[in-house]
Write a protein that binds this ligand. Structure first.
Ligand code: PEP
Ligand code: MG
Length: 301
């Protein structure tokens, strides 16, 4: 809670069951991003529904009643899977990945969502779709989710929340069109920065020009928060969520949740406790008018 009483949930980004245990030990309020790729990489065939259900259930159990936010499979040409035929692409980061690949292979998505729905019947669970750039993609993914629930003859499990990972600038700019169809947005600042600034995230030579505190990225975060206000929750799950220079800005823009690497949870909780929400709002508004990330960092430090 901030000094003036605004609650900000501090969540953990989790890549497997062991991470979930570390998240709990470090005081995470929930697992705000579960990267389900851990089950799909390094194997010759896709995991079955039963294997997925077992793994997701074990992970949810380790969270001891805290919410588990499962991101559906986010792979593509940059992380090929032997059992998914993706053509060689010149620009895999702009290619058949995330929700695009899932919709091209709806059997994979359906099986994953059946497993998630089964776990959601017994635990607090959310599901979110990566790399959404179009409303149609979200609607198609939601239709597969309905089909997944229907496999067991049910409506969507009570308490299952549905969200979008906002990491394509188009999704941020169209947040008003997405919001009627979601319970929450989770802003992936790693990819959102990459795509907004046209800087590949793995390119070390360009790291200095890919600051998520660039005003262009902050304006997109602001846009999402305004579109979501009163209708959907907003989380930040990219690495910027654990940058203590960024925390007051996100809080000031209206973000409700920060999801960070498990070991960073105590640091981020303490950073939140030291903030005044009204001051953060003033700071964030000022940051939006600046020209460079360096100016933003000078303002917040
Ligand atoms: C992001 O893009 O910010 C994100 C959290 O997802 P990933 O790092 O797995 O792409
Ligand atoms: Mg991403």
């Amino acid at each position: 809670m901030t000094r003036d009483g605004t609650t900000i949930h501090v969540a953990a980004n989790v890549s497997d069951g062991a991470d979930a245990a570390v998240a709990v030990e470090h005081g995470a309020d929930l697992a705000g991003l579960i990267r389900t790729e851990f089950l799909f990489l390094s194997r010759e065939t896709a995991p079955t529904v039963a294997q997925q259900e077992t793994a997701y259930r074990a992970l949810a159990e380790r969270l001891g009643g805290r919410r588990a936010v499962f991101r559906t499979l986010d792979v593509g040409g940059d992380k090929p899977l032997p059992y998914v035929d993706v053509p060689v692409e010149a620009n895999p980061f702009l290619g058949l990945r995330g929700i695009r690949l899932a919709l091209a292979r709806p059997d994979l998505l359906l099986h994953q969502l059946v497993a998630i729905c089964r776990v959601a019947a017994d635990f607090p669970v959310s599901v979110m779709f990566p790399m959404v750039g179009h409303v149609d993609e979200l609607l198609a993914a939601r239709a597969v989710l309905d089909d997944a629930a229907a496999v067991d003859g049910h409506a969507l499990p009570d308490g299952l929340e549905v969200g979008v990972v906002v990491e394509v600038p188009a999704a941020a700019l169209k947040a008003e069109s997405l919001v009627p169809h979601v319970d929450f947005f989770s802003i992936g600042t790693n990819d959102l920065t990459q795509y907004t600034l046209a800087v590949e995230r793995g390119n070390d030579a360009l790291t200095a020009t890919a600051d998520p505190l660039d005003p262009a990225v902050l304006r997109l975060v602001d846009h999402v928060c305004r579109a979501a206000a009163g209708q959907a929750k907003v989380a930040v799950c990219g690495e910027a969520a654990s940058d203590t220079a960024a925390v007051p800005l996100f809080v000031g823009l209206g973000v409700d949740e920060l999801s960070v690497t498990p070991f960073a949870v105590p640091l981020v909780k303490q950073a939140v406790r030291d903030l005044d929400h009204a001051d953060c709002r003033t700071l964030a508004r000022a940051a939006l008018d600046l020209a460079t990330a360096a100016e933003v960092r000078a303002l917040t430090s």
